[in-house]
Every structure is written in structure tokens, then in C-alpha cells.
Design a binder for this molecule. Structure first.
Ligand code: GLA
Length: 721
């Protein structure tokens, strides 16, 4: 039994081959956190006994120093002075809660969280622990869903007002984990636009540390993820505790190290500005948080997250299929194109073996720059004489697929939509509002706004007979507010926006079940597991510079597999950095994700087009390994100047290895690159005919030859004999 209850020890034990998670009921009523880590047979430790003179029998919430006990669902305002998981304001303005376990059940699958994305739940088992505050009637369902085959535990909560009075929820995080001791280091992913998800590792010291977003999206600046690393943990060994949230809006991922040196880890919707009115009978569900214990370092954590993302998060016909090789016209033309130009880009791309032409921004309204037309999803006939339908027909006629860029959540003040519905944008009363990229955000908390936009977008996708959609979102929310929410519900705005987004996305993706959707937010500004439940790939960053992308993709790979990462070859000098890198290096880096191009092929030489043709053949031949194999980081660009990674097929018979070097060094003796994940008993042949043993490649390494020139790369494709 993966989940069981032991009456003698009063412990719930959730276990699989990778970990155990144990909850102990103190006095049969209070859920204490007893263990998360290596699998255990059982726990005999009496957590209360350690805090003499308390015993299970004498325990009473009123007198116990909760502050020093590890808890499953702490609430601030009790004798626990640390930040809690839940917070509430009763009608009298106070917030005390005495949550006691009132029941539990174990069931197959996962708990439905209405309106929220989540894992599929296939093969999973769930413990639901119900806690009740007798005075207010508030109940809390704590869900623990075990994905034994992936080594992941999912946590979420449902808070229900079972009383007669309204209750205001002021804090509703998805989980709290109280660690006992452990001299941890704290890892987060931080950055900015074009510099997303850089790895930041720091000591965990007393007090609070964390990462958060208050932008209305999971953001370029942070990622709803954190990891605690044991002192000896590294890429390849040691204990790592990873926690990732399935959510696309404001989040908080925080640790608070207490007076005894015990870290509390909290993850969920950010409480800042959050207040949710629960009328009698109403419930609030938190997003799912995924907990991953890895005894085998960051690599082990990523292996488990990748497997989980592939099996339980991404779904639909594209989740496990070869992805089309695409060309996107954005960096090739920006807004300046007409149909002839698009067709010649597509024609040249087709010659090299590219399958999908994607028309980016600028095809609708009067959009010749970013000053207008968002919200007017009508074809610009001055650029496309027969509209999307005509262009799509011609692209399909070439034997290519047709893809389209849309930004459904936005409205330009200079648009027909705005002139008709000026109140449809997010705004806070008469307060001056901030425009960003000359646009405003549509108020997706309003059903009529969602309906109207879904109708327009669906009509465009229908008209264009599209095979692929790039769903963009290019600004964050300021002066948050809706014309339609009453004052006592305005604190619900940010979460209602995300629920509205999920509603709209799920309806549109369901209408076009065979279309491949890629999410985007000015690059990787909303790159999270929530969006990944609807769209199996996301544009990783607007930064297409090969060297910068090494860092961005390396950091992203902590949680996400390559099949989630949009990665394109662009022109040089690179538009974001001005850097010139070899075409092969740009391609090698793009092979670390869902492969494509972002350039004008007509500006390339015949030699470059030939190279691209060869590279496309290679991607096609190796895509199954590159996208769906086990992904292993080898050399970190955050620790030195070079970067290397590899992917190995599930049967370990094929592997693709990529190394990227930064600046060439004179008189440099090339070294050996130690590989991983191969079968030590097999011999592997490389494309140049050399043969090495799997044992040799992992214990000694792959011999590298000397490189001359900056930003060179090497790729090795290994096949078992
Ligand atoms: C965002 C995207 C880009 C491109 C532009 C178009 O910045 O990230 O890839 O689509 O919008 O305006």
C-alpha cells in the first residue's frame, strides 16, 4: 500500500521506492510533519515526547509551544510565530483558528481542483486529511497525491466555509514543509527579460528568504520553484528537496529558518494583496505543489521532474510526438512583411526540410508596430490580400503546416475593441494607469470579455486553418482591479484573472485538439507548470543568442524537459546581444529544445542553407532522443565558462552529447568529458566511426579535440553496437 495509516503510531505513511512522507497525528487531532526523505519502514519517534513534559495524552493546543513543532498546516496566530500556510479573517476581524483533524480518506487518482490545471492523476493515490475549526465551521481538506512511478508527491488544499458567517481568506498557500535541522543551501531560479531562470544558490540562514512574483504572471524575474540542498549535495549526488508550483500567477516560494535552525518551506499563491471572500458553503482550492525528494543530487531531481512533466503534466496528441521543425518570421521581418515576403521565407525554409511556417505579430488590424490593434483580430488585407485563409492555403499548398501568433489577453488603447469597450481593460477606478508596450491587459475576470476574445481568436484559427498557435502575453498587471468586482471581492482579482485565463485557454485548446500550442510571455515570462498543462511547449526566452541560451536552458532544465523548451536558431549578429556565434553552435543549442528557426532564410548563403538542410536531417533523426530521452546536465555554465549536456534514449542505446565552449584559449590541451546515463556494458559508435565503451565514457570520458575560435561547439551522436 503506497498510503497507509498505522493506528499504533498514529502515522500516515506515504511511500514509494524513492521516498517516504510521514504525518503524525498528535493527540489524534493535530497533524505534525514527521518525515520527508529516504523511504522508511515506520516512524517510532514521538515528536511530542521530545518536547517534555508534553505527551500525546497531555497535548493541548492552548499550552503547547507549537513554535517548535513541525506541522503540516500551520496557522499564524496560534503559539506558532512563524509564517503560516493559511490565514483567515473572521467577521469580527480576528483570525485565530484551531484546526483539528476530523476525518480522512484514501482514494485512487487525484482530487479535482475546479478551475485549476493539475497533473493527470493517472496511477496516483491520494490521502485527504480533513481539518476543522469548530468555532467558525471552516474546514480544510489537505490533499497528498502520491505519484509512485515518478517519485513525486503533490500537495494542495481545499478550504470550505462550513459555518453560517462569511469568512475572508487572507492566505492560502498550497503547502508547508517543516524540515528538522539540515544545514541546507537554497536554490532558486531568478533573472529578467531575456535572462530567465538563472541558477542562484545561497546558504540558508536564520530568517526568511525566497522568491516571488507580484506581477500577475509567474514572471521572467523568478520561477515558482525552489530547492533545498544538503551540504554535500551536488549535480550528481546528495539529498535535494525540490518544490514546484502548478500556477501561472503571483506566487511565493519562501523559507523561514527558525530559532532552532529548522527551515520551514512555504509554496503557493502570494498572500500580498490576496483576500478571498468565502460565503457560507463556498470553497477555495489552492494550486498543486509538487514535491520531489532526490537522494541523487540535482540531476536526480530533474530526472524525476522531467518524467513527471512528461507523464502527468503535458498532454494531448503532441505531448509525446515528434514536433514540427518550424520557422518563425519575427526576427526575420518584425512587423515589416507582406504575403510575398512570407511566402518566399516559407519557400526557402521548405527547401531545407522545415515543416511549419509561423506567422508572428503584425498580421491583424492596422498593426505595423506595437502601438495598436491588440484586440482587433481581423486580417490586415494590406499585408495579406486574401487574409489568413489565402496565406494558409498557399503555405499548405507548399506541403507545409501553418502557425499563427496571437496575444488574446491584451488590448491596445488604439483599437476598435477599446473604442467599443473602454471598461474591458484591467483598471483601478480613476487611478492613472500604466501602459507597457503601449497596451493594457483585458479583464479576464469577466466572462463576457473571455467569451468575446475566445470567439475572435477561434474565428482567426478557423479562418487560418492553423496547425500551431503561439499564445503570447507581453505585459504584467498594474493598477489591478475590475469594473465588475464588488469592493469586498477586489482582493480576489489576481487569482480570478488566472482562473479566467485558464478558462479561456482550456476552451480554445479544447476547440482545436490537434493544434500544437506554444505559450509565450515576452519569452519566458510565464513559464510554469500551470501553462504546461494546456500547452506542451513554451518559448523559453526572447534571447536567442546561443551562449545566453545555454544558461537559460540549463537553468530551465532543473524542472522542465527539453520537450517543453522552444529553442530557435536566429541570425547573427544576434539581435539581443550583438554576438556572432557559428551556425553549428546556434543549432546545437537549439537542439536542446523544440527546434526551429527565427530568421530570414533569404539572407543566408547557399552554404549556410546547405548546412541547415543537413542539421534539419539530423534533428529529425535524433529528435526522439533529444526531446524525450533522459536529459543529463554535464558541465554548468553557472560554474565555469563552458557548458555541456546530453540526452540518452530510454533503452540507453542512443545518446546525443552537446558541448559549447565560450572563448578559445591558446595552447589549450583538450580534456575528457565524462558522460552519464549510458549502459556500461555496451559499446557505442560515434558518427565518425570511433567506438568507446559505455563504462569508459562514463568513468574516463569522451576525448575532446582542440577548438579554435570563440563560441565553438561539438556534438556527438552515439549508437550502441
Ligand atoms: C514577444 C515574443 C516574441 C514576439 C513578439 C511579437 O516579445 O516573445 O517572440 O512574438 O512578442 O510582438
Amino acid at each position: 500500500m503506497p498510503i497507509s495509516y498505522n493506528e499504533g503510531t498514529r502515522c500516515f505513511h506515504l511511500t514509494c521506492s524513492d521516498f517516504s512522507y510521514v504525518i503524525r497525528l498528535a493527540a489524534g487531532r493535530y497533524p505534525l510533519h514527521a518525515h520527508w526523505g529516504a523511504p522508511l519502514r515506520q516512524i517510532r519517534d514521538d515528536l511530542l515526547g521530545r518536547l517534555s513534559p508534553y505527551t500525546d495524552e497531555t497535548f493541548s493546543l492552548n499550552e503547547l509551544p507549537l513554535d517548535r513543532l513541525p506541522q503540516e498546516c500551520p496557522v499564524y496566530g496560534t503559539a506558532d510565530y512563524r509564517p503560516g500556510m493559511l490565514g483567515v479573517r473572521h467577521p469580527d476581524g480576528t483570525g485565530a483558528l484551531d484546526l483539528q483533524v476530523s476525518g480522512w480518506r484514501i482514494f485512487s487518482g487525484r482530487a479535482e481542483l475546479p478551475g485549476l490545471p493539475g497533473a493527470l492523476g493517472d496511477g496516483a493515490e491520494t490521502l485527504e486529511l480533513t481539518l476543522k475549526d469548530a468555532l467558525s465551521g471552516l474546514t480544510v481538506g489537505l490533499y497528498y497525491t502520491l505519484y509512485a512511478d515518478c517519485g513525486i508527491l503533490s500537495r494542495s488544499a481545499r478550504i470550505t466555509n462550513g459555518g453560517a458567517e462569511p469568512q475572508m481568506l487572507t492566505r492560502a498557500l498550497s503547502c508547508c514543509v517543516d524540515f528538522e535541522g539540515g544545514d541546507f543551501r537554497f536554490l532558486t531560479l531568478s533573472g529578467s527579460w531575456a535572462r530567465e531562470r538563472g541558477i542562484v544558490l545561497r546558504p540558508l540562514v536564520p530568517g526568511m528568504q525566497g522568491t516571488a512574483s507580484l506581477r500577475g504572471a509567474s514572471s521572467h524575474q523568478g520561477s515558482p520553484f525552489m530547492a533545498l540542498l544538503a551540504p554535500d549535495a551536488s549535480e550528481t549526488s546528495g539529498e535535494v528537496y525540490g518544490m514546484a508550483l502548478c500556477y501561472s500567477g503571483n506566487y511565493l516560494a519562501e523559507t523561514d529558518v527558525d530559532q532552532d535552525g529548522n527551515p520551514r518551506a512555504l509554496l503557493g499563491i502570494h498572500p500580498e494583496g490576496f483576500a478571498w471572500l468565502l460565503a457560507p458553503g463556498e470553497s477555495f482550492c489552492t494550486p498543486e505543489a509538487y514535491l520531489c525528494y532526490a537522494p541523487d543530487g540535482l540531476r536526480g531531481m530533474s530526472r524525476r521532474f522531467h518524467r513527471f512533466v512528461r507523464r502527468q503534466i503535458t498532454r494531448g496528441p503532441w505531448a509525446a510526438s515528434p514536433r514540427p521543425l518550424l520557422i518563425n518570421n519575427w526576427e526575420g521581418t518584425y512587423f515589416h512583411f507582406d504575403e510575398d515576403k512570407l511566402l518566399s521565407i516559407a519557400g526557402a525554409a521548405k527547401q531545407t526540410g522545415i515543416d511549419l511556417f509561423v506567422l508572428d505579430d503584425g498580421w491583424f488590424g492596422r498593426r505595423n508596430d506595437d502601438h495598436s490593434s491588440l484586440g482587433d483580430w481581423t486580417d490586415d488585407l494590406s499585408k495579406l490580400p486574401e487574409g489568413l485563409a489565402g496565406l494558409s492555403r498557399r503555405i499548405h499548398g507548399m506541403g507545409m503546416k501553418f502557425g499563427l501568433w496571437v496575444e488574446p489577453e491584451m488590448i491596445s488603447p488604439d483599437s476598435e475593441l477599446y473604442r467599443t469597450h473602454p471598461d474591458w481593460c484591467v483598471h483601478a477606478g480613476q487611478s492613472p494607469r500604466t501602459e507597457s508596450r503601449f497596451q493594457l491587459v483585458l479583464d479576464l475576470t469577466r466572462p463576457e470579455v473571455r467569451d468575446a476574445m475566445a470567439e475572435q481568436i477561434c474565428a482567426a484559427l478557423q479562418r487560418g486553418n492553423v496547425d500551431y498557435v503561439k499564445w503570447d502575453m507581453n505585459r504584467n498587471i498594474t493598477q489591478a482591479g475590475s469594473a465588475c468586482l464588488p469592493p469586498e471581492r477586489m482582493g480576489e482579482f489576481f487569482h480570478r484573472y488566472i482562473l479566467g485565463l485558464y478558462d479561456m485557454v482550456s476552451r480554445i485548446t479544447a476547440r482545436f485538439p490537434d493544434v500544437l500550442f506554444e505559450s509565450c510571455a515576452g519569452g519566458g515570462g510565464r513559464y510554469d507548470l500551470g501553462m504546461m498543462c494546456y500547452m506542451p511547449q513554451a518559448w523559453t526566452s526572447d534571447d536567442t543568442d546561443a551562449w545566453e541560451r545555454c544558461r537559460i536552458q540549463y537553468g530551465t532544465s532543473l524542472v522542465f524537459p527539453p520537450s517543453c523548451m522552444g529553442a530557435h536558431v536566429s541570425a547573427v549578429p544576434n539581435h539581443q546581444t550583438g554576438r556572432i556565434t557559428p551556425l553549428e553552435t546556434r543549432a546545437a543549442v537549439a537542439m536542446g529544445g523544440t527546434y526551429g528557426y527565427e530568421l530570414d532564410p533569404e539572407s543566408l548563403s547557399a552554404g549556410e542553407l546547405e548546412t541547415i538542410t543537413r542539421l534539419n536531417e539530423r534533428v529529425r533523426a535524433w529528435q526522439d532522443v533529444l526531446l524525450y530521452g533522459d536529459f543529463l546536465r554535464l558541465v554548468s555554465p553557472f560554474e565555469g565558462t563552458d557548458c555541456a549536456w546530453m540526452s540518452v534514449s530510454p533503452d540507453r542505446r542512443r545518446a546525443a552529447v552537446t558541448c559549447v565552449f565560450t572563448l578559445a584559449r591558446p595552447n589549450h590541451k583538450p580534456g575528457l568529458l565524462r558522460l552519464a546515463g549510458l549502459d556500461p556494458a555496451l559499446d557505442y559508435r560515434m558518427e565518425d566511426g570511433r567506438v568507446f565503451g559505455g563504462d569508459e565514457l562514463m568513468a574516463r570520458g569522451l576525448p575532446l579535440d582542440a577548438v579554435t575560435g570563440d563560441f565553438q561547439s561539438r556534438q556527438f551522436f552515439l549508437t550502441a553496437l
